[in-house]
Design a protein around this ligand. Structure first.
Ligand SMILES: Cc1cc2nc3c(=O)[nH]c(=O)nc-3n(C[C@H](O)[C@H](O)[C@H](O)COP(=O)(O)OP(=O)(O)OC[C@H]3O[C@@H](n4cnc5c(N)ncnc54)[C@H](O)[C@@H]3O)c2cc1C
Length: 323
């Protein structure tokens, strides 16, 4: 059996977990296994009603007031019990902050290897080969496991939610959660909110994202005009936020937001891996950069090589004239 464990994000399934479901369905079909989807902990009823739309062999509901709020102790205890009971071959999750916090504990408790932050999987005649980045993403390495069981977490966009097969679970079970006060020795702070501004980049369909290449805060209005002409939200790379030109909730990347708009229009961004992990799931990527060797062009669908200061005003004018 393959198990996918869902994570709550403000009452909905976390986007990384939705990608993990796509991964789970692929594993189940490649390895000819059953797929179980686990709804546990926070907002379990909301997770359950959304998970009922995914094709799976079994929906496993683990409900208990002691895990209504996330805690690494509570979650690792309950997931360990589920694994002990169901003996899945692989347990899959998105590589979120929560997973980084509690899944290593499950690995240590059960002595099952944990391959984290996987960027792709090659199904090698029933023996998956995992790729992950090492040395600050300068190199990629391949991992093949010899163990019978493994915990796996996937980097955003390793699998696409577009590939999910909708349907319904064949069966549904309530897991008998055995947990006591003594199991929970730590308490988690409430979830960190990136923004109270009302701007939700994760839901934006069009994003104009600006990088250090815009050179000065004085050039931001030009970029805002381009975004306005398209009805897009403005986002940025980290240096733009570090320099105080835009607020932190506009930052995309490993220490910012993870977005997947229909169009990600990158302006003066080099394409460092810490930025790319936050936007590579975009449906279309258009990049303007004056350096034809900029790494952003490796993932761009449309590449414009040139000076953004010349291109952006003309493009904005053209878009406005075409309305
Ligand atoms: C732990 C850690 C976490 C990080 N988290 C993030 C994160 O969440 N998000 C993030 O973005 N970064 C993050 N970074 C930083 C990341 O490594 C890069 O430094 C950053 O993404 C670079 O931003 P940039 O592309 O805007 O700037 P640069 O790398 O300086 O690129 C600027 C680009 O603009 C182009 N350019 C310059 N002038 C023009 C012009 N006139 N016309 C056209 N093109 C032009 C240049 O050719 C260049 O490619 C993190 C780093 C670390 C170590």
């Amino acid at each position: 059996m393959i198990l996918v464990v869902l994570e709550n994000q403000r009452g909905s399934i976390h986007p990384f977990s939705i990608e993990a479901v796509a991964a789970g369905q692929r594993f189940a079909s490649e390895l000819n296994c059953n797929l179980g989807i686990v709804c546990m902990g926070e907002k379990v009823d909301e997770l359950k009603s959304q998970a009922q739309n995914f094709k799976s062999s079994q929906l496993i509901i683990a409900k208990n007031p002691m895990i209504d709020m996330y805690s690494a102790d509570g979650y690792s205890k309950v997931l360990s019990n589920i694994i002990n009971e169901l003996s899945p071959k692989y347990v899959l999750m998105g590589h979120s902050y929560m997973v980084r916090d509690f899944l290593p504990r499950v690995s240590a408790k059960l002595d099952i290897p944990f391959v984290s932050d996987i960027i792709s999987v090659d199904f090698n005649n029933g023996s998956p080969l995992y790729s992950k980045q090492v040395f600050n993403a300068k190199l990629a390495t391949s991992i093949e496991l010899s163990s019978d069981q493994a915990l796996l977490s996937f980097q955003s966009a390793a699998f696409s939610s577009d590939d999910i097969e909708n349907g319904s679970p064949e069966t549904e079970i309530e897991f008998d959660v055995q947990i006591s006060d003594q199991d929970i020795r730590s308490e988690s702070e409430p979830e960190f909110q990136e923004s109270s501004s009302g701007v939700d980049l994760t839901a934006a369909e069009l994003i104009v994202s600006v990088g250090r290449g815009i050179e000065s805060e004085d050039n931001l209005p030009l970029m805002q005009s381009l975004a306005d002409s398209m009805g897009a939200e403005v986002a940025s790379s980290r240096p733009v936020v570090d320099m105080g030109w835009l607020p932190a909730y506009r930052q995309v990347g490993s220490s910012g937001q993870v977005v997947s708009p229909k169009l990600y229009f990158s302006v003066g961004i080099s394409g460092a891996i810490q930025h790319v992990v936050g936007m590579k799931g975009s449906k279309n990527i258009l990049a303007i950069n004056k350096d034809e060797d900029a790494p952003i062009f490796e993932i761009a669908d449309y590449a414009v090589i040139g000076d953004l200061m010349e291109i952006v005003p003309k493009l904005t004018e053209e878009i406005n004239n075409s309305k």
